[in-house]
Design a protein around this ligand. Structure first.
Ligand SMILES: Cc1ncc(COP(=O)(O)O)c(C=O)c1O
Length: 392
């Protein structure tokens, strides 16, 4: 069965009515025949049929055993960290989503969980950074926002050797492009707010586990902590999944064209896109992903926040907003937006330069998107030339 067929048919027809759309069970509780005797549902925080259907779908798509759906991607990340205890350490990729950094640094440090950061794109760094207390390796691949690629298979082997859990944030690739559990990861997390939802209309998170034991632990945490995904939002993610393979294929095609175009632009310094042969880990990306996704980041030759701000307010189709992965193109300035919570030196050391701009390349016609970027960059070039002695 092809992935597209599998994806579409992972969404079940309702066995009760034959409805082709999954029903939304908008209820808080379920009537019991006798105390503890019920149809598998007692209280909707513990289980809800709509959320349960989404959880089964995503577990199948990621090749996992069990999934749990959360109120946000950060709630999903939070649930994974709750597998640990005081004194444990996390070894995380240095270019990490700012919200995950904030959670690790400002919340979990108070509970005795330490996070060490390293550039996981080089496997040797991972081996060097492991300590006896390391219990979890945290990868994002590709990373937000500089699209770093880590070798999941190689790091999975190292994690196994040291009896450490490997969790991969698969938000940027989605299961349509990359399946980390099949490459050796134990846990996958998603901000389903992004490609899985796909339409910029909800906030959601998912955790998928490779084993029943881990899946049961996450399910326990989901119920005990309570950050569950609501039935209607669960349904929206299911609807997003129906077109996931089509959308990410087109996002990837558009993004590659935009990245190639930016590479030749006189105002642009670096272009980050794993689909470019010049990307430092292009070979690994090509090995573990079937396409390269819809996010492209780039820096300007004038590496200042002001220059970046001029670009981000000059585009017409790329709207300035946080988030990514929807059908409409968006752009953001990570240093002052999504990654603001990371101290400037740490942020810059991880490659998030002051002028870095992150594009979420949408599903508009790519020629229109390229024209939009060109007109914005040309306008900014003119403004900068009037104020600075630009030599380009
Ligand atoms: C890679 C990544 N992981 C996790 C999150 C957090 O997800 P949410 O915003 O749904 O809480 C984000 C949000 O941008 C993200 O980009």
């Amino acid at each position: 069965m092809s992935n597209a067929t599998k994806l579409i048919h992972s969404i079940p027809v309702d066995p009760l009515t034959g409805s082709v759309s999954v029903p939304i069970y908008q209820t808080s509780t379920f009537v019991q025949e006798a105390p503890g005797v019920h149809k598998g549902y007692d209280y909707a925080r513990s289980n809800n049929p709509t959320r349960e259907t989404l959880e089964k779908i995503i577990a199948e798509l990621e090749g996992g055993v069990k999934a749990s759906a959360f109120a946000s991607g950060l709630a999903a990340i939070d649930a994974v960290v709750k597998l640990l205890q005081s004194g444990d350490e996390i070894l995380a990729v240095d270019d990490i989503y700012g919200g995950a950094f904030r959670l690790f640094t400002h919340i979990y440090s108070k509970f005795g969980i330490k996070v060490n950061y390293t550039d996981t794109t080089d496997v040797a760094n991972v081996i060097d950074a492991i300590t006896p207390a390391t219990k979890l390796i945290w990868l994002e691949t590709p990373t937000n926002p500089t699209l770093k690629i880590s070798d999941i298979e190689a790091i999975g082997r190292i994690a196994k050797q040291h009896n450490i859990l490997l969790c991969v944030d698969n938000t940027f690739a989605s299961p349509a492009l990359q399946r980390p559990l099949e490459l050796g990861a134990d846990i996958v997390v998603h901000s389903a707010t992004k490609y899985l939802g796909g339409h910029s209309d909800l906030i959601a998170g998912l955790v998928v586990s490779k084993t029943q034991e881990l899946g049961d632990q996450i399910k326990f945490i989901q119920n005990a902590s309570g950050a569950i995904l609501a039935p209607h939002d669960s349904w929206l993610v299911i609807r997003g999944v129906e077109t996931l393979h089509l959308r990410v294929a087109e996002h990837s095609r558009n993004a590659l064209a935009v990245a190639k175009h930016l590479q030749g632009h006189p105002l642009v310094d670096k272009v980050y896109y794993p689909g470019l042969e010049t990307h430092v880990n292009h070979t690994i990306a090509a090995k573990q992903q079937s396409a390269f996704g819809g996010i492209v980041s780039f820096t300007l030759k004038t590496d200042t926040e002001d220059a970046a701000a001029l670009v981000t307010t000059a585009t017409k189709y790329f709207k300035l907003a946080e988030s990514l992965g929807g059908v409409k193109s968006l752009l953001c300035h990570p240093a002052s937006m999504t990654h603001k919570s990371i101290p400037a030196e740490k942020r810059q050391a991880a490659g998030v330069a002051d002028s870095l701009i992150r594009l979420s390349v949408g599903l508009e016609t790519v020629e229109d998107l390229i024209q939009d970027i060109d007109q914005a960059l040309a306008g900014v070039h003119k403004k900068l030339k009037a104020t600075e002695a630009l030599t380009y």
